[in-house]
Design a protein around this ligand. Structure first.
Ligand code: SMG
Ligand code: MG
Length: 356
């Protein structure tokens, strides 16, 4: 699906969102999952192609034609498959949706959600100039987003932040470097303390925890980890080492709702703020994000902005739209959204069916 804007990060630029959707059927009930892997292995080592291969060869055979007592049963069986969390997360999410629909409850309720609406923020790609950055921030502040996150990279950080802080002294502002810096940049990164950021997301290597702990000692701005957190155990390690004070959860990155719930428990016990990240999801993935973000431990606005920001037409209805920075949590069974088969038919390039 074409994106309505160019999304530039420290690792690349996106103008098209390729989707991998999974529909599971059982006794007349369906469940949907969206794999958040991207075409290229630049954010994560997984790709759509690798996820397809793992799904076909190893994960779908665990569920197709099988009698599962709960989504947790899949989680236990899939443990034998190492890594490939985005592929696993897509199956697990579809199962969570299916089981919630079968029970006639919303996914939000079945996961333990308590909110009828969630606070949302927005993640803005790197703009060509500080002026363009300020303009883009202004547009989204006016739309009511509760937090603005700027993508940064070396050479596109201080100037953008200075201009934005000048124009908007009081907004909740964060940055996300997607691992574009090294510990040698510690003094430079500490200089960003001047901009009173709510947190700085993943400044260092995508698999690192230890160096983030070193960096944390040298700056005031709290560090939030994204890429480095793949499990609840990673969160425990990061907190024990002092590598972060805020956690970003993405269902796909951690392998499903179940692991996300474990992270929610660890963060809540430690009093650490948590928020739901985004992978430019279409409606299915976005609805899963909204459901998990309705849990009480998600205490900061997530990257779960309005679907109409990304796409002219989304693949689900009702559309997931925020107003005044609040996104209603669908109350219907499962994720509460349905596929728009007309839209899907226009964008589908391939379909594969698996039967027992
Ligand atoms: O879904 O609005 C969104 C994008 C949020 O910035 C976002 N995601 O590192 O947090 C992140 C990035 C990862 C995806 S970049 C293509
Ligand atoms: Mg991030």
């Amino acid at each position: 699906m074409p994106l309505k804007f160019r999304f530039r990060t420290s690792f690349g630029e996106m103008t098209l969102k390729k989707l991998l959707l999974l529909e599971l059927r059982s006794h007349g009930v369906v469940g949907w999952g969206e794999c958040v892997a991207e075409e290229a292995p630049f954010y994560s080592s997984e790709t759509i192609a690798s996820a397809e291969s793992i799904l076909r060869g190893f994960l779908l055979p665990l569920v197709v034609g099988k009698d599962l007592s709960s989504p947790d049963a899949f989680d236990t069986m899939a443990r034998r498959v190492r890594g490939n969390r985005m592929a696993k997360g897509c199956v697990e999410a579809a199962l969570q949706d299916l089981f919630a629909r079968a029970a006639g409850v919303s996914l939000s309720k079945s996961l333990g959600g308590t909110r009828a609406a969630i606070e949302v923020g927005v993640s803005l790609g790197i703009s060509p100039t500080p002026e363009a950055t300020v303009e883009n921030v202004g547009k989204h502040v006016a739309q009511g987003y509760r937090r603005i996150k700027l993508k940064i990279e070396p050479g596109a950080d201080v100037d953008r932040l200075a201009a934005v802080r000048d124009a908007f002294p009081d907004i909740t502002l964060t940055v996300d470097a997607n691992a574009a810096y090294t510990l040698d940049d510690a003094d430079h990164l500490a200089s960003l303390d001047a901009f009173h950021l709510d947190y700085m997301e993943q400044p260092l290597h995508h698999e690192d925890i230890r160096q983030h702990a070193e960096l944390a000692k040298r700056m005031r701005t709290p560090i939030c980890l994204d890429e480095s957190i793949r499990s609840a155990d990673d969160v425990r390690t990061a907190l024990a080492l002092g590598a972060c004070r805020v956690v970003n959860v993405k269902i796909g990155r951690v392998g499903g709702h179940r692991e996300a719930l474990k992270i929610h428990a660890v963060a809540a016990a430690a009093g650490v703020p948590l928020w739901c990240g985004g992978m430019l999801e279409a409606g299915v993935g976005r609805a899963h994000n909204v459901a998990i973000a309705s849990l009480p431990g998600f205490t900061k606005p997530g990257d779960t902005s309005s679907s109409s920001r990304y796409f002219d037409e989304d693949i689900v209805e009702p559309a997931l739209e925020a107003e005044g920075g609040l996104m209603p949590v669908p109350a219907g069974p499962g994720t509460g959204v349905h596929l728009r088969h007309d839209v899907l038919a226009r964008v589908t390039t391939g379909l594969e069916e698996f039967r027992p």
